[in-house]
Design a protein around this ligand. Structure first.
Ligand code: HAM
Length: 420
């Protein structure tokens, strides 16, 4: 029996994998312009890191974690998100004891045991940033500006940024009670999940996808109308800075997000092209997380965006990434001695950062030209016995069909000139 990849995972080959690389490098380039540097963390962590930070009542912790015991009996989990590992690393390396801001970006595989469907996988990949060390509302606005900037550079259209504030622990505590009071008369009309959430954390009711429950919640109360003074003025400042930075947004009092560590600003970017799994990216502020994980109180804000979903929107909108791959040259080498000389030239071309390849199936010239054409090579260099005797090669331009004779010693420079 053939072994297949696990359900909800994917193998990615060229040209799609090349699009991934290009999209990833554009994202990283944009993040570096905003002052972020790359962080890499392990694929698995101690389970407690996630139960403590994401929240015991969340779907991720309750149903979606890939948890296992290692051979020494310790509970480990494949990371279901990247914010907690970044904060864990930040504290572990003593960065919380240094003044100033730490700005990090990542591109990491994420594991969630969800019911697979279009746009929802058991292994997906997130590009994200975390700005650790400041409560300044301009940082919230900057993080959202960066996210929208990335989408704009990739050419994505018709995305909507939804923004909310979920307040701090004090205004949220008071709001929970207010929400419970407001919903209790109609509680039996909600779904079973919501009735359970009502007891654990009533804010989670806003997460429900059930139409009837959403309808019951449509008149509020909403958290953004019930913020304490500090959170209220922080939120107003974030919104006015978004306007200043030309970031269009929609205020959405129902946006709570699926992770418990958020405080104050939360946001999500949705696309009309993605059906049910319409969130392309999301994030927010998590001012309590560093302290919760044993570090000094340190305010933070960040986002994560799903690579698979970004690429799906790009496909839907027929977008290609603007960046070009290296120029490509195919060497058609006919006979043993020409092949030896050609292999040397191929090595020199690669040293010059030119994508050079050849035929490994002993094909005829015709077959090799066909292969080069099919694989999209721009130039073909032909070396046979006759060319070798004259220390030369023929270059065929596959776009124009023109041929030119060149000296082998000048080949690299000539090819560079043609490709530039
Ligand atoms: P999240 O909203 O759970 O946030 O995930 C971020 C993004 O990852 C989503 O908007 C979506 O594009 C993508 N995504 C999530 N689950 C899946 C899935 N099963 N299949 C495909 N794509 C998926 C977080 O994880 C936070 N750590 C983001 C953050 C960073 N907040 C602050 N800093």
């Amino acid at each position: 029996m053939k072994i297949k990849a696990p359900k909800g995972t994917a193998d990615t080959f060229p040209p799609v994998s090349e699009e991934w690389e290009r999209v990833g490098s554009i994202m990283a380039q944009r993040a570096r312009c905003y002052g972020y540097g790359l962080i890499k963390t392990p694929v698995f962590e101690r389970t407690e890191l996630f139960t403590r930070s994401i929240g015991a009542a969340t779907d991720i912790v309750k149903k979606e974690m890939y948890t296992f015991e290692d051979r020494a009996g310790r509970s480990m989990t494949l990371k279901p998100e990247e914010t907690a590992p970044v904060v864990r690393a930040y504290i572990e390396h003593g960065l919380d004891k240094r003044p100033g801001l730490t700005k990090l970006y990542y591109m990491e595989p994420i594991f969630r045991y969800e019911r697979p469907q279009s746009g929802r996988y058991r292994q997906h990949h997130q590009f994200g940033v975390e700005a650790i060390g400041s409560a300044d509302p301009s940082l919230d606005a900057e993080v959202m500006r960066l996210l929208m900037d990335i989408y704009a550079v990739l050419g994505l259209e018709e995305l909507v940024l939804r923004v909310n504030s979920v307040g701090c622990s004090s205004c949220r505590g008071a709001f929970r009670e207010k929400l419970r009071d407001a919903l209790s008369p109609a509680l039996n009309l909600f779904c079973e999940d919501c009735r359970r959430r009502y007891g654990e954390n009533p804010l989670r009711l806003f997460d429900c996808k059930n139409e009837k429950c959403r309808e019951l919640l449509s008149d509020g109360p909403f958290i953004d109308d019930n913020l304490c003074e500090g959170c209220g003025s922080h939120f107003r400042r974030v919104l006015s800075l978004l306007e200043l930075l030309d970031v269009p947004f929609v205020k959405d009092g129902k946006l709570v997000r699926g992770l418990d560590y958020y405080t104050r600003t939360t946001f999500e970017v949705v696309s009309g092209e993605l059906g049910a799994q319409n969130a392309v990216g999301g994030g927010g502020r998590y001012d309590g997380l560093v302290e919760l994980l044993g570090g000094r109180p340190t305010p933070c804000v960040g986002f994560g965006t799903g690579m698979e979903r970004v690429l799906a929107v790009m496909k839907e909108q027929d977008l290609r990434c603007g960046m070009q791959g290296p120029p490509a040259v195919f060497l058609a080498l006919l006979g043993d001695r020409p092949r030896e000389r050609g292999l040397k030239l191929m090595y020199e071309l690669r040293q010059a950062f030119i994508h050079a390849d050849t035929d490994y199936f002993d094909g005829s010239l015709k077959a090799q030209l066909r292969q080069a054409n099919k694989r999209g090579f721009r130039l073909v260099i032909i070396i046979g016995e006759e060319e070798l005797a004259g220390k030369s090669a023929k270059i065929k331009d596959m776009l124009t069909g023109e041929e030119e004779k060149i000296l082998l010693v000048e080949a690299v420079e000539r090819i560079k000139a043609i490709c530039s």
